[in-house]
Design a protein around this ligand. Structure first.
Ligand SMILES: Cc1cc2nc3c(=O)[nH]c(=O)nc-3n(C[C@H](O)[C@H](O)[C@H](O)COP(=O)(O)O)c2cc1C
Length: 456
């Protein structure tokens, strides 16, 4: 994502780094702040120094790093007190479970906590840790306490863990942390910290409309990467732009969005609950965890991800050499669209309003197969696009799509920005949602605002 330049021009920010494995990302975060025009000084816990060296941070920030709460500055001032008074915001990223606990209890044993205690400026906190640690009631109580202080929490993302389950604890997308800091510096309320670049580089300070308020929308975006060995994978040209545009449009209309993000070259929109899933198997696990019967109910599912149709049968655990050549045996992957639609429909309680399911079909040259797909996948709408057409399909900012539906004649839309395609698509989804509500005995907003449950 290209950050709009200059949103933090001449603003002074302290970046507090604590002892998480994600500490290395703080270097990139500092660069992003600087690219926005900020002057950044770095505070570190002693654990954080074990993860990233002060030399890099001092060189890039052009300031000494303060990592010793007992040290005095060259001018005799106490480092953390000086920092607290010199800056306009403090960003703690990544924030460990230990640091959250120390901060919640006012224990000033490190420079980051001490500076936050001494400061009266906005504090933005981006936790990062194992999913179990984040879910623990102790951590959640500490996060709640920090919110009571008025601190802005940039929630960690979820992702499929090594166990195959989904856990929340990955440091939030750096763009979201920057957006939250910009919002804090501009005095915007914490709720709008979730606003940001939602689609196509547009900066949006929160929901702009409410026609999807109360609806829970699950979206898949990006491609998948199927490993050949630890270094190579088989992927596709999907960049995630279309799915991210749909997510951005749904957020702008007030929906609660869970975005299952595959291999993508664009940042997820601020405000989405993001679950990372790189392979078809991870995407399958995420879909199973985040939709019924194992996951919470939802209102709309939009499968915009380009999931691999084939994957190497036996990926090598070591890097393959070139000399022997390579013949790959491939297996078909599960049809996630058909599987999800069948599972979700089967799990619906009698009389309940059914969610609207939307698939995407990337075709080349002809849409002959699309009508058959509409039936076989069990979806309400199928959005077909010819990815061979210039300006349409993978990596472009525009798309020309044809919308096939089970109850209306097909609609050929002109070449449009992806965000506009998303807008028109969600208009059609809303009509079907209202029709479905009319046929059920459950009101249209039932099931809304349920938290996206994630397992560890
Ligand atoms: C390799 C490694 C990675 C760690 N990653 C995290 C992490 O991501 N989040 C976390 O809360 N703790 C993590 N820990 C544990 C913290 O480093 C430990 O609790 C430490 O006391 C935190 O100190 P601090 O909060 O003062 O920086 C990790 C420990 C190790 C050895």
């Amino acid at each position: 994502m290209t950050e709009p330049a200059g949103r933090m021009k001449d603003r002074r920010v302290a970046l507090g780094i604590t002892g998480s494995i994600a500490a290395y990302k703080a270097i990139e975060l500092m660069r992003m702040f600087q690219n926005e025009g900020a002057d950044v000084r770095v505070l570190m816990t002693t654990s954080a120094v074990e993860f990233v060296g002060t030399l890099t941070l001092e060189t890039l920030s052009h300031h000494p790093v303060d990592s010793d709460v007992l040290a005095l500055q060259g001018d005799g001032r106490i480092g953390h007190i000086a920092a607290a008074h010199d800056v306009e915001a403090i960003v703690v990223a990544p924030a460990t479970a230990h640091w959250l606990g120390a901060m919640a209890n006012g224990l000033a044993g490190d420079t980051v906590t001490a500076a936050c205690l001494a400061a009266s400026v906005p504090v933005i906190v981006a936790p990062a840790m194992d999913g179990g640690m984040y879910a623990h009631p102790a951590t959640q109580a500490n996060v709640a306490r920090l919110k009571e202080f008025g601190y802005r929490i940039v929630e960690p993302e979820s992702g499929v863990l090594a166990s195959g389950l989904v856990g929340q604890g990955r440091l939030a997308a750096l763009g979201s942390i920057v957006d939250a800091t910009v919002a804090a510096l501009n005095g915007l309320p914490a709720a709008t910290a979730a606003g940001g670049t939602r689609a196509g580089g547009r900066t949006v300070p929160g929901p702009t409309r409410t026609d999807m308020a109360g609806l829970r929308v699950v979206i898949t975006a990006g491609g998948t990467a199927e490993p050949i060995d630890p270094v190579r994978f088989i992927g596709n040209r999907s960049t995630g732009k279309m799915g991210v545009a749909v997510a951005g449009n749904a957020l702008d209309r007030g929906a609660a969005v869970t975005l299952i993000m595959g291999n993508a070259s664009v940042e997820p929109p601020a405000g989405a609950h993001v679950v990372r899933a790189e392979t078809a198997a991870e995407m399958q696990a995420a879909l199973r965890a985040l939709t019924p019967p194992a996951g919470p109910r939802f209102d709309v599912l939009i499968m915009a991800a380009a999931v691999a149709d084939f994957r190497p049968r036996s990926p090598s655990t070591t890097k393959l050499g070139r000399s022997a050549g390579l013949t790959l045996e491939m297996d078909a992957t599960p049809d996630l669209l058909a599987e999800t639609s069948e599972r979700v429909r089967a799990s619906l309680p009698a009389g309940s309003r059914r969610p609207i399911l939307v698939g995407f079909a990337a075709e080349t040259g002809t849409f002959e197969r699309v009508v058959k797909k509409l039936e076989s996948k069990g979806v309400d709408l199928l959005v077909a696009n010819d990815v061979a057409e210039p300006g349409s399909g993978f990596g472009t900012d525009t798309d020309r799509v044809t919308i096939y539906s089970t109850d209306m004649p097909l609609e050929e839309l002109p070449l449009l920005p992806k965000y506009e395609v998303a807008e028109l698509l969600l208009d059609r989804v809303l009509i079907r949602l209202e029709n479905a509500a009319a046929k059920s005995d459950i009101p249209a907003d039932a099931g809304a605002h349920q938290p996206a449950e994630v397992g560890q």
